[in-house]
Write a protein that binds this ligand. Structure first.
Ligand SMILES: Nc1nc2c(c(=O)[nH]1)N[C@H]1C(S)=C(S)[C@@H](COP(=O)(O)OP(=O)(O)OC[C@H]3O[C@@H](n4cnc5c(=O)[nH]c(N)nc54)[C@H](O)[C@@H]3O)O[C@H]1N2
Ligand SMILES: Nc1nc2c(c(=O)[nH]1)N[C@H]1C(S)=C(S)[C@@H](COP(=O)(O)OP(=O)(O)OC[C@H]3O[C@@H](n4cnc5c(=O)[nH]c(N)nc54)[C@H](O)[C@@H]3O)O[C@H]1N2
Ligand code: SF4
Ligand SMILES: [Mo]
Length: 884
């Protein structure tokens, strides 16, 4: 390992989404690896999406946090740990255990989660550990607990292949869980039907047989309508209900309170009655149905009710615990499930134990701990509110970026700025959250860390290291154990390896468990940790379990599932005359959350390079906006500026913005300071998908593009709209201004400052044009374009940075602002693997290609990871429709 790498093939798990794909990584020297899908991993069987396939581009050390820091100065681990331990102990002694809090993440490993939870709940004695899963899975967790008696996901991925009907409920799987969609391709070919329930016409909706573009937040009305329809048709499974379910009558009575006729339901949900009936017919007629639900369900002030209304439809038809039939809450993060297992949420204790006196005593016995949290702690939004009000005096944040990802992010930043002690464990030096840290702790990350994660289908897989720890970075569990020891709890935190942590956690799941807790992985704790094969819990000595509730026994005291009556409600903050539009937020195909990893891979920055706001043509016209202009979005909380995307994929009255951009990538394109703190009363999950908003034009007078070998930030003091995009051999900075000639001169001067080598330029201030290029040793070092009109093609310009020499033709082209002998425009990127644009696909169609496979043959698009196959299919449909 002299070069810090191992040369063998390492089997590990993708660090992005909850599909949990197995990855085979081969090191090719130093910090370089080549990855492919692990053909033997049962969750992906060799497939990877665009993000997984680009992992090799994200493992460099640029921007990494490699040493502990106090107030921005490098210190030793000894100094940092001692400081933290004494500060936490002092705060607890003076203000009590609830004055400190941990805010953790579904991107920690199970071992890290277990250690953090044990320290907070068993040794500090507070429930104040919550996780970003509060923003993600909390509503589903609560719905599972109410309906099944515990947080249990019934189905598995094989069910997606066996099902004859898939219902996507608030789930844009084509972009967010692409490998699951690929797993359904064969079933689709044999006639599997899809229904998509989403206010937007997403790629998933586009690929579906029925799309119900419901009015925002009307899901409960829709699912209740389905339930009433099933009862009316007598499509309910009476035998199953009699044997395994209680609550049917209460639900029937609740439904009778409203007009459940298809026409009334369709009108309230804002969909065509024929489409609604098509969904009802398909559901009634298809025993093998899987209903996937994701953030369009969970992230709502009615999140728990949405989950329950979906589960009710499955219980009433007995479609649960059977091959190809399940309500299926899909997880977002690679280890969202692991956090729920270990107890990383403030509302559960540990290992599926809750806060009953009996469970608390059990956990305390297992840990032999001096104390035990006896009540749930603060949920994420409350935690930051308590911090802003001064009750929480020290916070330790691990593997999450709340200054970006929390709702009401402006207030979250205020809270962080006020908090006397902010500790952040991170892989990256400069994030929007580390900007508030008094103490920064360098953590290992994917490629270095060693442990386990659990995916959406309860499958526990290993993440294994390819690299030696860089700098002084350490595993999160080891950092936690060190601080715990210094706080005087050494005996309980003396693990020497992640295997030891895992074994202790596995023992806890089996501890005094006579079958009442389904989560039991005791047998896994006795297995060979290094060789652990991907295994679905619960695990007995006979192996893992694919499906739960196959015998109709649930985790409630009487073994019966519960149907819970739920009623539709208006959004927590409805639109009104001042804020007439509903702002929805979510994800794009090729970025991951706050972009700290995905934006390092140039190929992932091409599909959606800049923040945008999607709107219906009617709303665009009203606001004086056209496609490509800059739009200003205002809510009662704040404002943002992003590129207008005008499309009939939006409902009139609805807007959509991606959640990903940060202060370090595009400060004005951030979304979360626009969002209020409204949340589900039971789960505490924020309403990310519905904020009242209004729209106007942000009228820029000029635009610019600046390319450089290193990254630049927006010139201080300017009011430019600024975006930073990593490309293959340069950083591209796109910007726009509203000032006059003086502003343009000023920007041109600042961006040229300090450049060496030769500058070639063509300035025409009268037309607002500046074209400048800086060339050193024949190589392009910087380039700047400013114009009142259209900018030159950025792909071409970025490509020039990969050349060793800039010739005479390129020099002339740079000054002309036009590629030499301009070839045909490839159009907006569709396929990140083969680098194919939409216009190239249209040209292939014109030449006769009319299926996705034909397009792949003709252009290569869709032949790599396959994440774009759904998009290609919709381009084909669009063209067919246009031709017809
Ligand atoms: N590319 C990519 N993939 C990811 C992630 C990523 O950052 N990037 N993150 C991962 C994580 S942590 C998560 S949680 C998952 C999330 O995966 P998804 O839940 O699929 O993603 P979102 O885009 O947040 O939201 C899904 C859809 O909900 C819809 N929606 C909004 N309001 C409503 C409503 O009232 N009713 C209904 N029925 N639908 C509504 C939105 O229009 C959106 O299309 O993705 C995971 N996968
Ligand atoms: N508007 C809006 N906001 C949302 C959502 C939405 O749909 N709309 N979705 C919400 C959801 S579902 C989620 S899951 C959240 C996600 O939001 P965040 O959790 O804030 O997103 P990430 O960017 O994934 O942050 C993970 C951080 O952990 C760091 N990291 C990586 N590996 C390690 C490690 O091993 N150890 C440590 N200590 N650090 C590490 C990364 O560098 C990164 O900064 O966003 C939520 N926010
Ligand atoms: S679907 Fe993509 S992002 Fe999700 S685990 Fe698989 S490769 Fe990773
Ligand atoms: Mo998530």
């Amino acid at each position: 390992m002299a070069d810090g790498s191992r040369s063998t093939l390492v089997k590990t798990t993708c660090p992005y989404c909850g599909v949990g794909c197995g990855v085979a990584a081969a090191s090719v020297g130093g910090r370089s690896i080549v990855v492919e899908g692990d053909g033997l991993h049962p969750s992906n069987l060799g497939r990877l999406c665009s993000k997984g396939a680009a992992l090799g581009k994200t493992v460099g050390l640029e921007g990494r946090l490699l040493h502990p820091e106090i107030h921005g100065r490098r210190v030793s681990w000894d100094r940092a740990s001692a400081r933290i331990a004494s500060a936490l102990s002092r705060t607890i002694a003076k203000h009590g255990p609830d004055s400190v809090a941990f805010y953790v993440s579904g991107q920690l490993l199970t071992e890290d989660y277990y250690a953090a939870n044990k320290l907070m709940k068993g040794f500090i004695g507070s429930g104040n550990i919550d996780t970003n899963s509060r923003l993600c899975m909390a509503s589903a967790v609560m719905a599972h607990k109410q309906a099944f008696g515990a947080d249990l996901v019934p189905g598995c991925y094989e069910d997606l292949e066996l099902a004859d009907l898939i219902v996507f409920s608030g789930h844009n799987a084509a972009w967010t869980h692409p490998v699951l969609v690929r797993r359904m391709e064969a079933a689709r070919a044999r006639g599997q039907r899809w229904v998509c329930i989403d206010p937007r016409r997403t790629d998933t909706a586009e690929a579906s047989d029925v799309h119900l573009a419901i009015a925002p937040q009307t899901d409960v009305r829709l699912w209740n309508g389905l339930l009433a329809d099933l009862m009316r048709r007598d499509a309910v499974d009476r035998a199953y209900l009699a044997a395994h379910v209680s609550g049917y009558e209460a639900v029937e009575t609740a439904l009778a309170q409203a007009d459940q006729s298809p026409s009334a339901v369709a009108a309230d949900c804002g969909v065509a009655e024929a489409d609604l009936r098509a969904f009802f017919d398909l559901f009634a007629q298809t025993p093998r149905t899987v209903s996937l639900f994701s953030m369009g369900a969970n992230q709502s002030a009615q999140g728990v009710a949405k989950g329950l209304s979906i589960i009710n439809a499955h219980l009433v038809t007995g479609r649960i615990g059977k091959p190809g039939a399940a309500p299926f809450s899909i997880t977002g993060q690679p280890n969202a499930m692991g956090g729920r297992e270990t107890g990383g949420m403030a509302t559960t204790l540990a290992a599926h134990l809750d806060f009953s006196a009996e469970d608390c005593a059990k956990a305390q016995r297992f840990w032999s701990s001096p104390t035990i949290a006896s009540a749930p702690g603060l949920k994420a939004v409350e935690m930051f509110e308590a911090m802003r009000e001064g009750q929480v005096k020290a916070i330790w944040i691990m593997a999450t970026n709340p200054a970006v990802s929390m709702p009401d992010a402006g207030r979250v930043r205020e809270a962080l700025a006020k908090c006397p002690l902010v500790i952040v464990s991170e892989a990256i030096t400069e994030t929007d959250t580390t900007a508030f840290a008094h103490i920064k702790l360098p953590a290992l990350t994917w490629g270095e860390r060693d442990g386990t994660v659990t995916n959406s289908e309860r499958r526990i897989s290993r993440q294994r290291p390819m690299f030696a720890p860089p700098g002084e970075a350490r595993a999160d569990w080891a950092i936690i154990a060190d601080i715990a020891s210094r706080m005087g709890f050494g005996d309980a935190f003396s693990w020497r390896s992640s295997a030891e942590v895992f074994r202790e956690y596995a023992r806890m799941t089996a501890f005094e468990n006579r079958g009442e807790r389904f989560l039991d992985i005791g047998a896994l704790g006795r297995a060979d940790y290094d060789a652990l094969p991907p295994t679905q819990w619960p695990v007995t000595d006979g192996g893992g379990v694919a499906r739960l509730f196959t015998d109709g026994r649930f985790a409630t005291p009487d073994g019966r599932a519960r149907m819970v009556p739920v009623l539709p409600a208006a959004p927590a903050s409805p639109t009104d005359g001042s804020f007439p539009l509903a702002l929805n937020t979510g994800r794009v195909r090729d970025q991951w959350h706050t972009m700290n990893r995905s934006a390092l891979a140039p190929e992932l920055n091409r599909h959606t390079p800049e923040p945008y706001v999607e709107m219906h043509p009617v709303d665009a016209r009203e606001a004086g906006l056209a496609d490509g202009m800059l739009a200003r979005v205002r809510t009662p909380r704040g404002e943002a500026v992003a590129i207008a995307k005008v499309t009939d994929r939006q409902r009139p009255g609805s807007l959509f913005m991606p959640m990903h951009w940060t202060t370090t990538h595009a400060a004005q394109g951030r979304t979360n300071h626009l969002i209020g703190p409204e949340r589900d009363a039971a789960s505490g999950q924020p309403e990310f998908k519905h904020t009242p908003a209004r729209l106007s034009a942000w009228r820029d007078t000029w635009r610019g593009a600046f390319f450089a070998r290193r990254r630049y930030d927006c010139p201080a003091g300017s009011s430019l709209i600024w975006r930073r995009i990593v490309r293959e051999s340069c950083h591209l900075h796109e910007f726009a201004g509203r000032g006059d000639e003086a502003e343009r001169q000023d920007v041109a001067r600042r961006l040229g400052a300090g450049a060496g080598g030769e500058m070639i330029s063509l300035d025409d201030p009268a037309r607002g044009v500046f074209r400048r290029a800086w060339i050193e040793d024949g190589r392009l070092e910087r380039a700047l374009f400013i114009t009142l009109g259209a900018l030159p093609p950025r792909d071409w310009l970025a490509g020039l940075f990969s050349a060793d020499q800039i010739g005479a033709a390129e020099r002339a082209a740079l000054l002309a602002g036009r590629p030499p002998g301009a070839g045909a425009d490839p159009g907006p990127l569709v396929c990140a693997c083969a680098n194919v644009g939409a216009h190239q696909i249209t040209r292939a169609q014109r030449a006769g290609a009319d299926t996705v496979d034909d397009i792949t043959k003709a252009t290569g698009a869709g032949g790599g990871c396959g994440s774009c196959r759904v998009e290609i299919a919709s381009l084909i449909k669009e063209k067919e429709a246009a031709d017809a």
